[in-house]
Structure formats: C-alpha cells, structure tokens
Design a protein around this ligand. Structure first.
Ligand code: DAH
Length: 284
C-alpha cells in the first residue's frame, strides 16, 4: 500500500514538474521572482477581555464544566423572579437595569445569573456549566465603570453538592488563575439567589506598589460572588431541592483585565482601537 502511495506521489510530482517546465505561457517567468521575500500577513490580536474569558473557560473546562450561552435580552422572570429576586429588590430598580421600551417584561440582562434559570429549566441535574457573556447596567460611564461589561457565571447542581465542594473548586480556580500558591478567603455576603452567600478575595500581598494600590493596603482583592443555590431558585426552576443542592458563582471580567494588563481606563476596552489590542498579542 505504501509503495502505491509512493508511486502516486511520484507520478503527481513528475506531472507537476513537467507542467511547470513546459511552455506554459499562462505566467511570464520574468515577472515572477521566486526568490523575493514573502509579503508578511498581518496577524490579528485578541481583545484583552477575550483573553481573560478564554483563560477562565479553559480552567473550568478542565474540571468538567461546559459552556452555556444565552440571550442578552432577557425576560424579567428568568433574570429576577426565578432567581428569587423579589419585586421590591433594589436590583430591579430602573436606575440599574435597562428595560425594553414598550415591553415591561423585557430587559438587557444586568448579570449572567439569568443563564442559571435558563439552564435549570431546560436541563436535568447533574448540571455543570459556565456561562460567559456580556451584561448591561445603567451606570454612569467613567474610568472605573461602564454600562456594558462581561461576566462568567458558574453553576453546579447535583446530589450532595456541598459548600466544601464550592470552596475547593474556587481555590482550584484561583490557583490556576493567579498562581499555584494563591490563597483565598470567603467573606459572608448577600445575594438573593444564594444562601449562604459569600464574596471571594484572593491574596495578592502588599509587597509591591501595584498590589498595595489594588488591594487598598489590605493585600486582599475581591474577585467573585458565590454561594449555595437557594432552594427556592431550584424549586422555581423545577428542580427538587430535597434531592439536589448546588453552588454558583459570578466573576466580573473587566476589572481583572484592567489589573492584569495595567490598563488605566475601562473605556479603552470598548473603543476597539487596534493600537491598544495589538499590545496583548494573540495569546490563546
Ligand atoms: N450576579 C451577581 C452580580 O452580578 C454575581 C453572583 C453572585 C453570581 C453570587 C452568582 C452568585 O452566581 O452565586 O453581582
């Protein structure tokens, strides 16, 4: 078989060689300088936000999470009601959330947590997803905040999922993301869709000027919100909370991108100036 392949290859080679050497006036040899250096092909660069997103996705894919993507224009139910956010909760305030004109039930999702209810109403446990995506909030645009940014949501629902599982998963994430010796701490917090809820900080230290500034002298940097999925949320989505438990988390991307790449103003990330993006190469 190998001989046959060799024979065919040789025939092909001879054919092509003959065609090139033959009097082929389709191209004029004088015009074609085969020794001239090639024209460089400009290579594209990834946006710093994409680099961060891809890195986070990679970290969670390695431990069995799959990517779930959902709509940015969402209904009130998936975004708030299903997620145990009561009618009078401040997060529903028109000041924060963009609603669609003439469609009071439609909004631009202010967080990726809406993907949780989308997934839980359509899939059965075990569920292990991460959901990267764009979110919108009615914020005054400044160097530190924008009306659009990105988050990665994580959700794990199965029988017997515990707070300890969450801690271990997040510690793994922090060490992959920030370095092998990274330490984390969980501070009690409040989110309507988790109980108990926490915020996770990673220890950056204060030894260099940048860490000192970023952590306001404490050494600790806040990176995500998390918690055990509130049984009410499971129930709203048709999952039996007596049988299943889960944890969830939400990571903001832009702050980390700014810190990581020493970019001083969030607005640069949305101006699509190639001079900015070229600086970060095309890593991953
Ligand atoms: N959705 C929250 C926010 O935008 C972040 C968050 C907190 C997501 C706790 C979660 C969670 O999944 O469990 O601030």
């Amino acid at each position: 078989m190998i001989n046959k392949v060799k024979q065919t290859a040789e025939e092909k080679y001879e054919q092509l060689k003959a065609a090139l050497e033959g009097t082929n006036d389709q191209f004029d040899a004088d015009l074609l300088d085969t020794s001239a250096p090639g024209e460089p092909i400009p290579s594209g660069a990834r946006h710093p936000v994409s680099i961060m997103l891809n890195k986070i996705i990679g970290i969670f894919e390695r431990i069995g999470f799959t990517v779930a993507e959902e709509r940015e224009v969402e209904t009130d139910w998936y975004n708030f009601t299903a997620m145990n956010t009561p009618e009078d909760h401040p997060a529903r305030d028109m000041q924060d959330t963009f609603y669609v004109r003439n469609a009071p039930n439609m909004l631009l999702r202010p967080h990726t947590s809406s993907v949780q209810s989308r997934v839980m109403t359509t899939q059965k446990p075990p569920i292990r997803i991460i959901a990267p995506g764009r979110v919108y909030r009615n914020e005054t645009i400044s160097a530190r905040s924008h009306c659009q940014f990105h988050q990665v949501e994580g959700l794990y629902v199965d029988e017997g999922v515990s707070f300890a599982d969450m801690k271990q998963t997040l510690l793994y994430f922090a060490r992959e993301m920030y370095g092998r010796d990274t330490n984390i701490r969980l501070r009690p917090s409040y989110f309507p869709f988790t109980e108990p809820s926490a915020e996770m900080d990673v220890y950056m230290g204060t030894s260099d000027e940048k860490s000192y500034r970023l952590t306001k002298g404490t050494g600790w940097l806040e990176v995500l919100g998390c918690g055990m999925v509130d049984p009410k949320v499971l129930e709203n989505c048709g999952i039996n909370p007596k049988k299943y438990t889960g944890f969830a988390f939400g990571i903001g991307i832009e702050r980390s991108a700014l810190q990581n790449y020493d970019i001083s103003d969030i607005r640069y990330l949305f101006e699509n100036d190639v001079r900015l993006m070229r600086q970060f190469g095309s890593a991953i």
